[in-house]
Write a protein that binds this ligand. Structure first.
Ligand code: GDG
Length: 462
């Protein structure tokens, strides 16, 4: 029997590809948001364990932590390869990030994706109680609601897409796109980061699926299913980031970084090593800055933290090689015996340190080619010292650009423009830095991750 602090409402069932177990430090804002929602309401988090088994579903792991249960399943090697490395990350990820040139479509991968979604549905069936709210996350699990409905599940089911959604003209490049995307109509609520993403979904359903818009704003398919699509821009745990950054000086690592800078201005980038993050273009822009501003030599340092991800996908291995070459090249061109222009670090760091690194940097450089939201941009801002805040240089193609008007917005493909913005950021007077920072903090304080999950769940339950 589940006993949750749910005030008479049903439990919350969160479903995502990966689950952040209670003994693991939650690495992203998302993991902590889900955990907090589950703690509050009581419920269950279901997903892949991150482990391989001989056969998918052979091993089911269960863990209870107060009002929250965790159930994870292992995947077989071939299911993992077809579902995760295959259809999710070689087909859907590039498509959703406006890169049809990188879309690698293979029927075998699609079959694996559907197989794993079916297995998830099968396992979930027996775990869902009639009054539960179900919240499915991200592009790995698009058809899950349809598969649950086929099995008779009638609960409220919501879906949140953490990536951008490109316009219909691009979505139709995916072979058999309709079979997959139409299943979104099996959800009661589809959440996206921005109004632009929501419009793209609407356009796809109206023009490709032949759906109509009901007066109450719900999208109705020719088969008669209707659902709501809305923008819920995700936030960060602002009070937590602020607190963590203000204690940053207690960490030896932060002290060491500052000492190593010897008064130089720090530019920081923190991204998963992913081609959507615009890292080669960012390196080029920094090289351009050094080329056009000799007075900055030895006066500035660029720290790029880039923990590798998805090493099973060839493009990710390629970008890693490209960046190593570029960092070596730029350092070779400009370094002096006592100065390294780029510090390129392939490690990940705990949030307590990241916030200190952000706070030590005069400029946050966040230049994805496309990004659903980009939490790093928000974390950078929230980590600043209110008396002496740094400047955010932000790609217009990150969802965060819709909210953070105080950033210097750039087109990441225009290396000249990014180099110029870096120059402006490095010289920006204190009063302007404060004004811009305050503007952005107002947004981050109001629309934090708690507001985000409450808005989504309230809408789903209503
Ligand atoms: C997807 C969407 C959307 C990064 N490096 C380290 C580390 N991180 C943390 C950051 C941040 C998170 O990971 C990354 O979030 P982003 O939003 O920047 O990017 P994605 O991973 O691509 O996230 C994105 C997001 O989902 C949420 O909806 O915003 O658009 O692509 O919190 O701090 N964390 C640790 N060490 C690191 O070195 N611990």
């Amino acid at each position: 029997m589940m006993v949750g602090r749910n005030n008479g409402q049903g439990r919350l069932i969160v479903v995502s590809n990966r689950v952040a177990l209670p003994d693991q430090t939650a690495t992203g804002g998302l993991a902590s948001a889900m955990r907090a929602a589950l703690q509050e309401r009581g419920g269950l988090w279901f997903g892949w364990s991150g482990k391989m088994a001989r056969q998918t579903g052979d091993d089911v792991h269960r863990l209870t932590d107060g009002p929250v249960q965790y159930t994870t399943i292992d995947l077989s090697r071939s299911d993992h390869d077809d579902f995760y490395d295959g259809f999710a990350n070689r087909t859907l990820w590039p498509l959703l990030h406006f890169r049809p040139d990188l879309v690698d479509y293979d029927r075998k991968h699609l079959a694996g994706y559907l197989r794993v979604n079916n297995l998830f549905a099968e396992q979930l069936m027996s775990l869902i109680h009639p009054s539960d709210l179900v919240w499915v996350n991200d592009y790995h699990l698009i058809p899950l609601a349809a598969m649950l409905r086929e099995r008779g599940v009638r609960n409220r089911i919501g879906f949140f897409l953490h990536t951008p959604l490109p316009p219909a003209s691009l979505l139709i490049a995916l072979p058999r796109h309709m079979e997959l995307l139409e299943t979104l109509a099996s959800y009661d609520l589809v959440g996206l980061h921005t109004a632009r993403d929501r419009r793209a979904l609407e356009e796809y359903f109206l023009h490709e699926v032949g759906a109509t818009m009901r007066r109450d704003g719900r999208i109705r398919t020719p088969e008669g299913r209707s659902f709501r699509a809305e923008a819920f821009p995700i936030g960060i745990d602002t009070p937590e980031v602020v607190a963590s950054a203000s204690h940053a000086n207690e960490h030896k690592e932060i002290h060491d970084l500052k000492q190593s800078l010897e008064g130089r201005a720090l530019i920081i980038g923190v991204d998963r090593l992913d081609y959507s993050k615009g890292l080669p273009e960012r390196f080029q822009a920094y090289a351009r800055l050094l080329e056009r501003s000799p007075q900055l030599h030895r006066k500035v340092s660029f720290l790029q933290i880039a923990p590798p991800s998805r090493g099973g996908v060839p493009e990710y291995r390629q970008i890693r090689r490209d960046l190593e070459r570029m960092a070596g090249h730029i350092n070779g061109m400009y370094a002096a015996p006592d100065w390294v222009p780029i510090r390129y670090v392939n490690n990940s760091f705990p949030h307590s340190l990241l916030s200190g690194y952000y706070r030590s940097a005069r400029v946050g450089l966040v230049t994805p080619l496309r990004d659903g939201m980009n939490l790093v941009a928000k974390e950078y801002v929230a980590s600043q010292d209110p008396d002496d805040p740094g400047v955010l240089v932000l790609s217009r193609f990150a969802g965060a650009a819709q909210e953070l008007a105080g950033a210097l917005l750039v087109n990441p493909a225009d290396t000249e423009e990014v180099a110029e913005a870096l120059g402006v950021a490095l010289e920006m007077p204190l009063h302007e830095r404060r004004r811009r920072w305050r503007q952005m903090m107002d947004v981050l304080e109001k629309q934090d991750v708690t507001a985000w999950r409450n808005a989504f769940l309230r809408r789903l339950a209503s």
